[in-house]
Design a protein around this ligand. Structure first.
Ligand code: SF4
Length: 376
């Protein structure tokens, strides 16, 4: 693997020093590891899907999604053949939808080029959409026993403390250095267990936000930051740029003819929440009069807009501060990517991003109450 070529001498030295404690870490992992579904059956497909789900998402949040996803799409072929709306619905609430889109793109490549098999090869894994060094390392080591490291932010935190490194973990050069340390530490007879052990240590003992539980750590003796009293301060991270705050007005348009329906809009295929269904919205905070006028401008014969609460959603670089309006209107078909959707369709087919949860969580009451099917 690339990380081992031209390993910086200080990384090789640190890796060799820490490698002497690898057995202690593996014994600790044997005794303390959590029994997670992708560990009980570590087939490459399951490990791959779990690693993609776990990006920026806590294990507890992933668990119900993982089981449901595996039940619906148990193989690479099933994932490759799944319709887009069904796929997005299975992911609804997990966020970062480009992850599941890339998962499917990769599954389609696997079907076309690898006969539906996940390749037992680090570089081939790395060539698939949505698979970076960490995920390729995790699948290669855990499912295939290949001796490659898997270094994410969690593992970097542990390594930064073990080596008392002042490197900024957000810099690519630091990631390369920590990957080289991990590669030099890695026991070649148990790479998968080792990678999972160091991840588990970061998730349960060497915790972020100045909370390391050093008294419970199997690597305490080897840890330079503990010795130097810097563990709570490490790792070093350059301050993030402040997020841009965007004010938005969200339109909850309901038509009550026959069966109640809500108006959804499909976003453009590029940019934030690309290609996803959303509640129609616009930049800026509008007054009730302006909101009703905007609806009329769009072609909806609305007479009033009633305030419908507020919501806030934090994306990685932007924060949306939203004000909602409820607009009751006759059902008019609009030009563009708009669709009137029933309660059943919303529950079973259309995935609404969690950014709209403050408003979408109230939709069942609006869409079902007329028929005595109040679901809130
Ligand atoms: Fe982390 Fe403390 Fe263990 Fe060092 S001794 S690796 S700081 S938990």
């Amino acid at each position: 693997m690339n990380a081992q070529r031209g390993t910086p001498p200080d990384a090789a030295e640190q890796g060799a020093r820490l490698g002497r404690y690898a057995r202690a870490l593996l014994s600790w992992y044997d005794a303390h590891r959590r029994l997670l579904p992708w560990r009980l059956d570590a087939s490459p497909y399951r490990v791959w899907v779990s690693e993609i789900m776990l990006q920026q998402t806590r294990i507890e949040a992933v668990l119900p999604y993982f089981d449901r996803f595996m039940l619906a799409l148990p193989t690479v072929e099933a994932l490759a053949a799944c319709g887009e709306d069904t796929l997005l619905k299975l992911w609804e609430g997990l966020g970062y939808y480009s992850r599941v889109r890339n998962l499917q793109k990769a599954a389609r490549r696997l079907v076309q080029e690898f006969g539906g098999e996940i390749p037992r090869d680090y570089e081939a894994l790395l060539s698939l959409p949505g698979i970076g060094e960490y995920t390729a390392g995790a699948v290669a080591s855990i499912s295939f026993g290949l001796p490659v490291p898997a270094v994410d932010g969690n593992v970097m935190r542990v390594l930064a403390r073990l080596t008392a490194s002042e490197r900024d973990v957000l810099l690519p050069a630091s990631k390369r250095w920590f990957t080289a340390v991990a590669a030099a530490m890695l026991p070649h007879d148990a790479p998968g267990a080792f990678n999972q052990a160091i991840m588990e240590l970061g998730e349960t003992v060497c915790l972020p936000n100045a909370e390391p539980r050093c008294s419970a750590c199997p690597l305490a003796e080897a840890c330079l930051a503990r010795r130097e009293g810097t563990a709570r301060r490490l790792p070093v991270r350059s301050p993030k740029k402040a997020r841009r705050v965007e004010q938005r007005t969200v339109f909850v348009c309901i038509s009550r003819e026959k069966e109640p329906r809500v108006l959804l809009h499909r976003r453009a295929d590029k940019g934030l929440l690309a290609g996803l269904w959303e509640l129609p919205n616009t930049e800026g905070w509008l007054s009730p009069g302006e909101a009703a006028a905007r609806a009329v401008q769009q072609g909806l014969p609305a007479s009033a807009a009633e305030p419908f609460g507020e919501g806030k959603h934090i994306f990685s670089h932007i924060e949306w501060h939203m004000r909602g309006f409820l607009i009751e209107t006759p059902r008019v078909e609009l030009a563009g990517d708009y669709r009137w959707v029933s309660g059943e369709e919303l529950a079973g087919l259309y995935a609404l991003p969690s950014a709209f949860r403050a408003f979408s969580s109230r939709l069942p009451a609006l869409l079902y109450k007329e028929r005595g099917l109040e679901r809130l």
